[in-house]
Structures are given as C-alpha cells and as structure tokens.
Design a protein around this ligand. Sequence first.
Ligand SMILES: *[C@@H]1O[C@H](CO)[C@@H](O)[C@H](O)[C@H]1NC(C)=O
Ligand SMILES: *[C@@H]1O[C@H](CO)[C@@H](O)[C@H](O)[C@H]1NC(C)=O
Ligand SMILES: *[C@@H]1O[C@H](CO)[C@@H](O)[C@H](O)[C@H]1NC(C)=O
Ligand SMILES: *[C@@H]1O[C@H](CO)[C@@H](O)[C@H](O)[C@H]1NC(C)=O
Ligand SMILES: *[C@@H]1O[C@H](CO)[C@@H](O)[C@H](O)[C@H]1NC(C)=O
Ligand SMILES: *[C@@H]1O[C@H](CO)[C@@H](O)[C@H](O)[C@H]1NC(C)=O
Ligand SMILES: *[C@@H]1O[C@H](CO)[C@@H](O)[C@H](O)[C@H]1NC(C)=O
Ligand SMILES: *[C@@H]1O[C@H](CO)[C@@H](O)[C@H](O)[C@H]1NC(C)=O
Ligand SMILES: *[C@@H]1O[C@H](CO)[C@@H](O)[C@H](O)[C@H]1NC(C)=O
Length: 455
Amino acid sequence: MAVLLWLLILSAFHAVTLAQQRQFNITHGSSLTPITNSSWFSSSRHFAFGFYEQTNGYAVGISIVGMPKKTAVWTANRNSPVVPSNAVLLLTSDGRLIVHVGSQEISVINPSRAIASASMLDTGNFVLYDSDRNVIWQSFDNPTNTLLPGQHISAGQELFSSASEADDSFGIFRLKMQHDGNLVQYPVNTADSASYAYYASYTGGLGNNVSLNLDDDGLLYLFNSTNSLKNLTKGGYRRERTIIYMMKIDADGIFRVYSHSLNQQNSSMIWSSTNDGCDPKGLCGLNGFCTTIDAQAKCFCLPGFNFVMPGNWSAGCERNFTTETCQLKENTSKYYDMRTVENTGWEDSTYVVLAVTTKEDCEQACLQDCNCEAASFKDKVCRKQRLPLRYGRRDQRNSNLALVKVGINVLPNKELPDQKIEETKGKKLRIDILIASITLTVFALLVDVILVLMI
Ligand SMILES: *[C@@H]1O[C@H](CO)[C@@H](O)[C@H](O)[C@H]1NC(C)=O
Ligand SMILES: *[C@@H]1O[C@H](CO)[C@@H](O)[C@H](O)[C@H]1NC(C)=O
Ligand SMILES: *[C@@H]1O[C@H](CO)[C@@H](O)[C@H](O)[C@H]1NC(C)=O
Ligand SMILES: *[C@@H]1O[C@H](CO)[C@@H](O)[C@H](O)[C@H]1NC(C)=O
Ligand SMILES: *[C@@H]1O[C@H](CO)[C@@H](O)[C@H](O)[C@H]1NC(C)=O
Ligand SMILES: *[C@@H]1O[C@H](CO)[C@@H](O)[C@H](O)[C@H]1NC(C)=O
Ligand SMILES: *[C@@H]1O[C@H](CO)[C@@H](O)[C@H](O)[C@H]1NC(C)=O
Ligand SMILES: *[C@@H]1O[C@H](CO)[C@@H](O)[C@H](O)[C@H]1NC(C)=O
Ligand SMILES: *[C@@H]1O[C@H](CO)[C@@H](O)[C@H](O)[C@H]1NC(C)=O
C-alpha cells in the first residue's frame, strides 16, 4: 500500500516536472489565462512571462516570481488598455502571439517572421524563435522601464516610466542613452535638449556607441564596446543566485537600482539617481510647483490656482477666476492683487525684464500690465511672465520670489473643488471678508428694525 502511494506521489511529481519542462520550449497552441494558468516560467522559476495584475485588469509582461508585490520587468502594449480576466493569451498555429478578449484579437509581440517557439530564459529575457531556432525578437532588446543584469540600453534607446506603481502603461518620464554618449533624463514629449534635462551622466563626447549596462553584482555602468567609461553604482554587492538586481525608472521619474532577495521575498533600493523627489521636471503640471516635505516630493498650486484634477498632479493647475477684466481698461488693482511664494522659480517665460529696487515695485509693474500674469523678483531684477508657468519648484537655495497675480472681486471660473494648499492670505482678502461681514450685520440689523417697526 505504502509503495503504491509512494509510486503515485513519484509519478505525480514526474508529471509536474514534465509540464514545467515543456514550458521552457513554448510551442504552437500554448495558451495562458489570467487566473488559472497565468504564466510560462523560466527553468529556475525566478521569472515568468504572462498575465499580471494591474489596477483594473491584467497586463501581459515578465515579472520576478515570488515577490510579495508583483515586480514586472517588462510590459507589452503599454499604450493599450488592460484586459479582463476572461482574456486568453495564445501562441497560434500560424506563429503569432496574441490575446483574445471575446471576439477581439490583440497582438502582443509582432516580430517580422512567424514564431516557431518561445522561451522564458533564466536571465529574465523572453525570446521568440523562428523555425531555424534563430532569435527573431527578445525582450532584452525592447526594454520598457527596467534593465536587468546582462541587458543593456544601447545608444539611441530609452526607457519610459510607468504611469503609476500600479499601472505600467506609459508615464511621463524617460531615460535616454544618447548617441553622444550622455545618459540623460527628460520629461516625455520634449526635445533632447539640455533645457529639459533633469539628470545627466555628463559623459557627452565619449563616442556614438556608449551603452548602459548592469552586472549581476549591481554594478551600473557606461561602456563603449571596449572600455568601462563611468560607474554609476559602486557594484560589488552580494552575487547570489537568489538575489536579482535590477535598474528601473520609477513612476516618480527617478531611476534606481534595486536588490530582490528571492529567499527572503523582500527588496531594497541600493542606489538612486537623485535624493530630491522634485528633480524630475513635470512631476507637477503647469502652474504648479514642487516642494519636498519630510523628503517627500509634493505638488502645490500657485496662489489663485486650483488643481485641474485633484489627485493628478501632472494635470496641473488652473486659475480660480477668468481673466476678462483686463480689457476693461479700468484701474486693475480693484480686480487683482499679487501674492508671494518664496524660494520658488520655474522655467523662464520672461517677456520683459525691469530693473526695480523693491519687490513692491515689481508687483506694481505686473499689476499695471494686463499681459503680466506673474513676475519673479531677485537681485533687484523684475521679470514679467506669461502663463503657463512650467517646472515650478521651491528650493531653499533659490532666493527668487515668485509674485503671482490673483483675481479678487471677479467671478470664479466654475464650480471649484476645495483648494488643499495653504498659502499666506493677503491683507486684502481679510479686509474683503470684514467688509462682507459688516455689510451682513448691518443688513441683519436693518431687517430686525423693520420687523420691530411692523409689529
Ligand atoms: C521547441 O519545440 C519546437 C516545436 O515542437 C521544436 O521544433 C524545437 O526543436 C524545440 N526546441 C528546443 C530547443 O527544444
Ligand atoms: C497550463 O499551460 C501549459 C502550457 O500551455 C499547459 O501545458 C498546461 O496543461 C496548462 N495547465 C492547465 C491547468 O490548464
Ligand atoms: C572607448 O573609450 C576609450 C576611452 O575613452 C577610447 O580610447 C576608445 O577609443 C573608445 N572605443 C570606441 C569603440 O569608441
Ligand atoms: C557597439 O557596442 C556594442 C556593445 O557594447 C557592440 O556589440 C557593437 O559591436 C558596437 N558597435 C560598433 C559599431 O562599434
Ligand atoms: C568601474 O568599476 C569596475 C569594477 O569595480 C572597474 O573594473 C572599472 O574600472 C570601473 N570603471 C571606471 C570608469 O572607473
Ligand atoms: C531582506 O530582509 C533581511 C532580513 O530583514 C535583510 O537582512 C536583507 O538585507 C533583506 N534583503 C533585501 C534584498 O532587501
Ligand atoms: C482665488 O484665489 C485667491 C488667492 O488664493 C483668493 O484671494 C481669491 O478669493 C480666489 N477667488 C475665487 C473666486 O475663489
Ligand atoms: C493625469 O493627467 C494627465 C495630464 O492631463 C493625463 O494624461 C493622465 O491620463 C491623468 N491621469 C489620470 C490617472 O487621470
Ligand atoms: C489704482 O487705484 C489705486 C487705489 O485706488 C491707486 O493707488 C493707484 O494709483 C491707481 N492706479 C492707477 C494706474 O490709476
């Protein structure tokens, strides 16, 4: 009896091993679904290709197995919406890798030739082969936001951050290995120009074939096919089969090197491109500004502005009033006032530079110019600015004063959400409230008197 049971267990074990082995060579007709059979594993089972969970559905990608938080290192179709739990991923008999959602068919990876087989390798590289076993596509050549040991970002390639920690669709930051040898970070949708850069390795001029590389001891470095050019991390971290290092450009725009311990099932950050969360340009959208509070980056709106989408910093801020009184050609100080934000600057949008002696002179100059929306005052120079103000940032080292025109006594924009920012309220506002309450009190008294008289 015991022998029979033992045999049964052995054969079950054998079957499991076989099933797993078969997956190393993924062939036509293989399929996955998000819930029951979600992944094709590498032989060590450290990496998995398949469905992984996102906020409102599933994405297809490669993740490190066994971490408490699904750690994706590559993601397919970052432009497309996530798929529901009834999706089916299939390597079709004619060699295409697709996802079926009902009758809809979504291409996952689209190499130039028909796929004969696929493999999830132990390095974390997912590889597609043709019938002659030539590599026709590999995830290591098509990075999304992560670099693994053995993989490199070659000249001209870039990584894009994710939209958020729980959503691996395209975010708003990029890291580019430039053809000039410089490794640079920019916000998305900007030119590769120094004025938009917020991180650089300062290795420009080192040749047109510089690549960014990560070694299995956590060494992150620039290399030009013969020489190591610059080390970003020290490297020399523990080299073990169960420790996986990776470099990732995070949703906050900072790129970091992480160490994942598969045994302890934990991760830690071992290096970061900056310690200042406000460095990434565009973290706060237009007319907002970034400030660090307890080492955490936080966005605020300039005085007189509210968030366009509360909770979505990058959507920026808009005026809480409509600028229409400018055409009235009246004395504008009835409608506008200036508010000050200290130690704050933004991308230059100056259209007039004035030499003035005091902050008040600068404020007056802006108030009396209906084209002036804000001004910056520093070292007796007043710079009038037009909206929108971009890449705003508060920094104690910057003595610049941001002077912002705010609307008073004008109609509000529309139904506005509560403004969460605390700002120094001007005297004018308090006087306005005082006058309003006096008016109310007088009115109430009058009504009382009339009521008393009527009785
Ligand atoms: C993978 O499977 C395909 C189809 O069955 C076969 O032609 C190929 O030789 C296999 N490759 C390996 C490395 O086993
Ligand atoms: C899961 O998928 C693998 C590979 O496609 C297949 O061999 C296996 O039978 C599937 N298991 C189940 C429970 O569907
Ligand atoms: C790589 O860099 C080294 C040192 O800067 C330089 O001597 C060498 O010519 C470069 N090689 C290539 C292929 O650019
Ligand atoms: C560029 O560098 C890569 C990897 O470092 C190397 O494989 C390739 O041959 C180099 N290309 C040229 C044109 O030097
Ligand atoms: C980077 O570190 C490695 C390993 O410590 C070393 O061999 C290499 O020379 C270093 N490169 C530079 C440019 O310092
Ligand atoms: C995981 O946790 C252990 C124990 O707390 C710690 O010693 C180890 O350094 C951690 N490893 C990583 C990669 O964070
Ligand atoms: C707009 O904001 C300014 C400055 O915070 C404030 O004084 C003004 O009352 C606000 N206007 C409206 C219509 O909310
Ligand atoms: C946040 O705002 C940006 C810019 O308007 C937009 O592209 C993005 O989709 C928004 N994100 C969310 C989660 O609404
Ligand atoms: C506008 O009115 C204020 C106060 O009523 C006054 O101090 C200021 O000189 C006036 N400005 C202009 C340009 O008339």
